[in-house]
Design a protein around this ligand. Structure first.
Ligand code: NAP
Length: 267
């Protein structure tokens, strides 16, 4: 069966990769795109996009009701991505969401809606399989080395900080260790923020520079030893295997799954 797909954010850096991935896959059919510009045009009319007759819609509801997709892939901004996902789930269109920056409350709202409408949804802060393994290895390491700091580095156009991956890594580490005061109890920040954000005692440092894509180091300190678990996405193609897998998987889901690790076999 061919899976009918729409992509929100096709002109974006991730969106362009997703358009190419879907067009190349014989099991997928790109049937429409949601953009905040270019209503009524086709992909071929946009110079950065492939030569294709796929129609572009500014109104997400019109897009879904016109082209009847099976799955929405959203790669936009936190505000637009949340709205698109709400509309998709209300319209019984499954969603694979790469857009980061949703709050816990927003995820809970989408979770309830997906369950109520029996419509699958996968939201993943990181679709790179190597990054998911980095998070899982970090959870394991935290059992034995509970002193940890996270350094995440992204391109300087990223809107949210810390990254969804860093937040998710901290959540997994918290499952493996108790809240812990790290560093000297009397330490003083001479410049506010010098020690990064503290999430239940886990310090997260966010670096934003041109030239970076998506990188994270999780550093564990023990007596006389440091363990560093590091992952680098050098190119946005690194996220496409996870998105492809999620599109296939979401077709058999009737609820929301948060995190790519929950659809991989990691036993
Ligand atoms: P980007 O290059 O800025 O692309 C975002 C695109 O969304 C732009 O084309 C933007 O249009 C469009 N957009 C904004 N509002 C819209 C709306 N209301 N309707 C339709 N399109 C809209 O960003 P990116 O690097 O591709 O990243 C996109 C998202 O994916 C971000 O949230 C990022 O954090 C996330 N991300 C996730 C992963 C993962 O593995 N989960 C990996 C990398 C990135 P304009 O150009 O007109 O502003």
């Amino acid at each position: 069966m061919t899976i009918r797909i729409i992509i929100a954010g096709p002109r974006g850096k991730m969106g362009q990769e997703a358009v190419n991935m879907v067009l190349k896959n014989k099991e997928f059919q790109l049937v429409g795109c949601i953009d905040r510009k270019n209503n009524g045009k086709k992909l071929t009319d946009i110079s950065s996009l492939p030569n294709s007759d796929v129609p572009i819609f500014e109104d997400p509801e019109e897009c879904m009701h016109t082209v009847h997709p099976d799955v929405l892939i959203d790669l936009t901004t936190p505000y637009a991505g949340f709205e698109h996902t709400l509309i998709a789930l209300k319209s019984h269109v499954r969603a694979v969401v790469g857009t980061s920056g949703f709050s816990e409350q927003q995820i809970a709202e989408l979770q309830a809606l997906a369950a109520e409408n029996k419509t699958g949804c996968i939201i993943a802060p990181n679709f790179a399989i190597g990054a998911v393994l980095m998070m899982q290895f970090s959870k394991l390491a935290a059992r034995y080395l509970p002193d940890v700091e996270i350094i995440e580095k992204h391109h300087d156009q990223k809107l949210d900080a810390p990254s969804g991956t860093a937040i998710k890594t901290a959540e997994l580490i918290k499952e493996a260790r108790n809240n812990k005061q790290q560093g000297h109890p009397d330490e003083v920040e001479l410049i506010p923020g010098a020690r990064g954000a503290a999430d239940d005692g886990i310090h997260i440092h966010s670096v934003r520079l041109p030239g970076l894509v998506a990188h994270q180091e999780v550093m564990f300190g023990g007596s006389g030893q440091i363990l560093t678990i590091k992952h680098d996405s050098h190119h946005r193609e690194s996220f496409m295997d996870g998105i492809r897998l999620s599109v296939e998987h979401v077709m058999n889901l009737e609820q929301l799954v948060y995190g790519l690790e929950n659809i991989l076999n990691l036993d």
